[in-house]
Design a protein around this ligand. Structure first.
Ligand SMILES: CC(=O)N[C@H]1[C@@H](OP(=O)(O)OP(=O)(O)OC[C@H]2O[C@@H](n3ccc(=O)[nH]c3=O)[C@H](O)[C@@H]2O)O[C@H](CO)[C@@H](O)[C@@H]1O
Ligand SMILES: C=C(OP(=O)(O)O)C(=O)O
Length: 420
């Protein structure tokens, strides 16, 4: 297993670019299953989760054609087997996103239940209930969701009890080929849902209301090919900005978007950072200062994203003062806390709340990555720690950060990968 070795090396300084968003690329790749013609997706990030998705599509009979500049062409009409096996779904929960498209286009889908994961139990009951409301017959047997529909799915009004991102995306995709109108109420408003909707519209879908909590879809009989570029990754962008703030540095992130990052940028300003933004870049300047601790509470977009929680816990860990961080989305998303405390942080956990009292210096230590964003928080902490940190199990970080060590090296970090 590869490891990252990081030595604290003072303020980060320089320019880096944001890759395509993982959480947008994954549903968009699944959406290609809905079309009768090849769809070309550009600005795909080079990530383990993308490789897993392509393997999953390959098992279904699809032969993706690699193009230039991280683009790929996928022909949904090549599907021969509507099956997502356990050994791939267990590597990546987002595999559940093939359920809606397979059922809507081919009338059947056998998709392994994703099961729980490190950050929480993460059920998919709302995905299943929504598809049933659209006329699907669904059984769960032997750990598999077996979904069937005779003819087309039927449009329906679906209210989500809980705001769910992939749940909204699955039903949005299914609704594009359903007969009649589907209304998704209490839908997720995340920018990645909007990006997926825009891609579906480019494929000929009839969707309105994306980005609000009510999305309306008029089903069409078929979807066609298109070229679509994935939006920039706001979580990767935020991670670089937090790393800059924690080290007292100055970093410009290019090829990104400030307009979808308001909650995160506001917290960085509260922490004492000076932010400047342009059309497609964000610059953070900490001017060598130590950050101030911030209080935050995670919630669905446009509130503060749970995927940035761990990185802000690391920021608070070296800040002046005490910050309270409340996690409201996932029940077990504080596994970085123990590891950060092993590096000398002062973090007390009380239920879904972490009370973080900043210390002047952390000290390098061997630590273990437990999930994707927890790993990112350890990398941030390691860059401000005295001495060397070894982050083990970095396959988690490779799921969601493209070339993490090369990008951080560009900013002056002392970080290297040791193959395991
Ligand atoms: C690939 C992808 O886009 N992943 C993101 C997506 O995950 P994901 O879509 O899996 O997360 P959800 O938005 O579905 O989860 C939100 C909450 O709803 C609950 N729930 C969800 C579905 C369901 O059927 N029943 C149910 O109870 C979950 O347990 C959780 O407590 O949104 C999360 C919340 O922003 C992010 O952290 C993930 O990075
Ligand atoms: C939790 C995340 O991803 P996933 O839903 O793919 O596990 C994440 O991106 O932080």
């Amino acid at each position: 297993m590869d490891k990252l070795i990081i030595t604290g090396n003072g303020p980060l300084d320089g320019e880096v670019w944001a890759s395509g968003a993982k959480n947008s690329a994954l549903p968009i790749l699944a959406a290609t299953l809905l079309a009768d013609e090849p769809v070309t997706i550009g600005n795909l990030p080079h990530l383990q989760d993308i490789t897993t998705t392509l393997e999953l599509l390959g098992r279904m009979g699809i032969e993706p054609v690699m193009g230039e500049k991280m683009s790929i062409q996928i022909d949904g009409s090549q599907v021969r087997d509507c099956h997502a096996p356990y050994e791939l779904v267990k590597k990546m929960r987002a595999s559940i996103l093939v359920l809606g498209p397979l059922l809507a286009h081919f009338g059947k889908a056998d998709v392994s239940l994703p099961g729980g994961c490190a950050i929480g139990s993460r059920p998919v009951d709302l995905h299943i209930r929504g598809l049933e409301a659209m006329g699907a017959e669904i059984t769960v047997e032997g750990g598999y969701i077996r979904a069937r529909v005779d003819g087309r799915l039927k449009g329906a009004t679906i209210f989500f009890d809980t705001v769910t991102v992939t749940g909204t995306e699955n039903l949005l995709m299914a609704a594009t080929l359903a007969e009649g109108t589907t209304v998704l109420e209490n839908a997720a408003r995340e920018p990645e849902v909007v990006d997926l909707a825009e891609c579906l519209i480019a494929m000929g879908a009839n969707i309105r209301g994306q980005g609000t909590d009510t999305i309306t879809v008029e089903g069409v009989e078929r979807l066609h090919g298109c070229h679509y570029d994935v939006m920039p990754d706001r979580i990767e962008t935020g991670t670089f900005l937090v790393a800059a703030a924690a080290t007292g540095g100055r970093v410009r992130v290019r090829k990104t978007r400030a307009d979808i990052m308001e909650a995160v940028l506001a917290k960085l300003e509260e922490a004492g950072a000076t932010l400047t933004t342009g059309d497609d870049w964000i610059e953070l300047d900490m001017g060598g200062r130590r950050p101030r601790a911030v209080n935050l509470r995670t919630a669905p977009y446009p509130a503060f994203p749970t995927d940035m929680q761990a990185q802000f816990v690391a920021l608070n860990a070296v800040a002046e003062g005490t910050g309270t961080v409340v996690e409201t989305i996932f029940e077990n998303r504080f596994m970085h806390v123990q590891e950060l405390n092993r590096m000398g942080a002062h973090i007390a956990l009380e239920g879904n709340t972490a009370v973080v009292t900043g210390v002047e210096k952390l000290s390098g230590a061997p630590v273990m990555a437990t999930d994707l964003r927890a790993s990112a928080s350890l990398v941030v902490a390691a860059m401000v720690a005295q001495g060397e940190t070894m982050v083990d199990r970095i396959y988690h970080i490779d799921r969601g950060y493209e070339c993490i060590e090369e990008k951080l090296q560009l900013l002056g970090a002392r970080i290297r990968r040791v193959p395991g």
